[in-house]
Ligand binder design. Structure first.
Ligand SMILES: Cc1ncc(COP(=O)(O)O)c(C=O)c1O
Length: 343
């Protein structure tokens, strides 16, 4: 039986044409700054987002953590959403790498407001931590691929300007927000001093993320990347996959969003599954399985018997993500298989 792998949009395998781009890539030593394919990718991604410069890094985690290390000083306070990736899935990186104090904002859908940020900024005196960074995740993974509205980010930018805060975007899936809303990538980048975006999620590259910002910031981040062991040599072979991904795989994310919707609607009709359809706006589907009387691990084991893979996502929830390597027919097939065991 063929597996239908909906665990994440990171499970995609390079297509034959992407592999050809990899094979044909011109390379050099990127630590010396002379890999032409990396230089091309960095220029192209910076231009896409209207930023001065960008830097190729091995992963989204390194993108976030190297960016935070570069913009911060030990003891600074960072404001972020309680369920964000930076806090929940990066091995305590802000504390370990950058000695940051994390202040988490609880939200309904991953979206906090300018007023909340304003209220959390502490007065400057010798007792208080210095509130200096606001991080936003868009789209928001743990909230089910929800989109942080651009207008609210621009309002937060005004508060940031008032108090001298630096704004960082975890834009691992900013491409999905762009495709779902039609808002240009450049507009999504406007509020941010520092950004990370992933090539290896919805865009289907095997490896790689980019840090973006001003030239001065990226020059400093290059040093942080070296410190983290992320300076790579003839890495143009991987950057070529990234270039291929941004040239070919952005617009098609719309298909993933339609497939996620299809999947979500089908799941919501299964016995014991509850899906908040209003949250399914990009490529992530979260189902609460509490009503089944089984734990997520038990449900996932049953799903595996019919060849459908998902991941546990908290005490009562499971997550499925649509991507380049599953099409509409695969999603219909997955639903048919699940119907046999959960109806
Ligand atoms: C929102 C978000 N940010 C960052 C990352 C980290 O990416 P990586 O797995 O490449 O380190 C992920 C990974 O899933 C993510 O979902």
């Amino acid at each position: 039986m063929r597996l239908i792998d909906l665990r994440s949009d990171t499970v995609t395998k390079p297509s034959p044409t992407m592999r050809r781009a990899i094979a044909d890539a011109e390379v050099g030593d990127d630590v010396f700054g002379d890999d032409p394919t990396v230089i091309k990718l960095e220029g192209k991604v910076a231009a896409l987002f209207g930023k001065e410069a960008s830097l190729y890094v091995p992963s989204g985690t390194m993108g976030n953590q190297a960016a935070l290390k570069t913009i911060s000083e030990p003891g600074w306070e960072i404001l972020c959403e309680r369920d964000c990736h930076i806090v929940n899935y990066e091995s305590a990186g802000p504390a370990i790498h950058s000695s940051l104090l994390v202040n988490m904002i609880t939200t309904e859908r991953g979206v906090f407001t300018a007023e909340q940020v304003g209220e959390l900024v502490r007065p400057v005196n010798i007792h208080n931590p210095l509130t200096k960074i606001v991080a936003i995740e868009n789209t928001h993974n743990r909230h089910g691929g929800t989109i942080f509205p651009l207008e609210e980010m621009l309002r937060i930018r005004k508060v940031a300007d008032k108090y001298g805060l630096i704004m960082h975007l975890d834009g691992a899936r900013i491409w999905n927000a762009h495709v779902a809303t039609g808002i240009p990538l450049k507009d999504w980048a406007v509020p941010f001093d520092s950004m990370s975006v992933c090539l290896s999620k919805g865009l289907g590259a095997p490896v790689g993320s980019m840090i973006l910002g001003s030239k001065a910031f990226i020059e400093k981040a290059r040093r942080t990347r070296k410190l983290f062991g992320g300076g790579m040599r003839q890495v143009g072979i991987l950057a070529a996959a990234g270039l291929y991904a941004i040239e070919n795989n952005i617009a098609r994310l719309a298909e993933d969003h339609l497939n996620a919707r299809l999947l979500a609607e089908g799941l919501s009709r299964l016995s014991g599954f509850t899906v908040d359809l209003s949250r399914v706006v990009t490529n992530i589907v979260i189902a609460d399985v509490a009503g089944s009387g089984h734990s997520p691990a038990e449900i996932l084991d049953q799903m595996k018997t019919v060849g459908v893979l998902a991941v546990p996502f908290g005490r009562t929830r499971i997550r499925m993500v649509t991507h380049l390597d599953v099409n509409r027919d695969d999603c219909l097939d997955a639903l048919e298989r699940l119907k046999k065991i959960f109806s």
